[in-house]
Design a binder for this molecule. Sequence first.
Ligand code: G3H
Length: 491
Amino acid sequence: PIDQREYLINGELKTWPGSLNPILSPVYVKQGNEIVPKNIGSTPLLTSKEALEALDGAVKAYDLGHGVWPTLSVTARIEHVEKFLAAMRLKRAEVVKLLMWEIGKTLKDSEKEFDRTCDYIVDTIKVYKEIDRNSAKLVEDQGFMAQIRRVPYGVALCMGPYNYPLNETFSTLIPALIMGNTVVFKPAKFGVLLIRPLLEAFRTSFPPGVINIIYGRGRETVGALMETGLIDVFAFIGTNKGANELKKLHPKSHRLKAVLGLDAKNPAIVLPDADIDNAVSESITGSLSFNGQRCTALKVLFVHKSIADTFIAKFNKAVAALKPGMPWDPGVSLTPLPEPGKVDYLRNLVEDAKQHGAKIVNDGGGEYSHSFYYPAVVYPVNDKMKLYTEEQFGPVIPIVPFENDSEVIDYVVNSNFGQQISIFGKDSKRVASLMDAFVNQVGRINLNTQSQRGPDTFPFNGRKDSAEGTLSVSDALRVFSIRTIVATKTT
Ligand code: G3H
């Protein structure tokens, strides 16, 4: 086990003498006669005192826009980020191993997450240079000449989710830094040890106070930060509940710039003339990649009544072909779930659907045990069941039969969420009219393909309770900065 005591404040790697938070893997192992979650280490349970020291470091490094970081030239800031990236690349094997042990992500997907994060940083640097070139240009209009500069907000608090603890976190952290903000970063609840191999890279790559990394209970540490009112940007990927609880602690929350990636219940609609094989294979990966633990996953499938039986037969066959196992096993796609209590939660959701008349294919599988849940396909799902609207964030796939497209339109319009939708079908008139109905409801419409975030150059956002602010390589840079105009009269 890795007993981590280090945390990063004001350019110094400190050693925590106090109590630690044990980190248990979703992978269970035999211990004597018992099967227990493997203890893989612990992280410091810092208090509000250390959190406030971290904030003090960030506040000083920003210094109302006159500090060491916001006043650096673009070239200099990029050099720091490039230095970090080079050091990070050397830690690939270590981070990938921890991704597998901490959150149960397969080897292939863990490597992909690491590489995608590095690519994100490279692309961000490229776009930043372009934004900076445009900032330097003068614009003339109606007798005025002006320069429109992009400047940082101030101190950013960055918190990422457990499902993409590296990629999602870094897609706010890096743009925040590159635009000149200083940062307090608290890693996700699970997927937390994997930041440790990068601590030294952060320390040596950035001036003191520019990036501070803390650990501990959310309410005690980041709660204390929020209460100071000194956080200018709140970048949070997680649940609405978590975001709202923290936001309301800020005494001037109306001034807080929030960048949020939140809950979703992305539907797929499979029309009668859809290519069923394609709809099945896209929905399988759409709903079950990383065991359905993606905010972008397909979380409810609306299938036209006339093709429902064929679709379900093929879908079940495809589920049965998925290989369960440990994250490092070759060809595996179903792996243990990191959230404690998740298996019981999914079981209850399925039980609720059963009580309301749904048939369950697989029933969570014979292999229900500990942190592993074999995908359950639930049909027919209706609005009496929790699964109809609740975000399951796991391997349970509700299938809703429909007759008229208006039923799906009503579902989407009445949903609290609005991240993405997938439409499977060939009739271009029908697809176009659905697109018209959805275009003002969701952040992305996918045609004959699954929902997903990538490519990372595409805007990533959502409507209603699904997001605030847009993330993509270029959007993120804009989100973490504000425009200041320097104008004069030419006549
Ligand atoms: O959970 C949200 C992630 O950003 C999803 O990314 O669609 O590429 O898996 P992805």
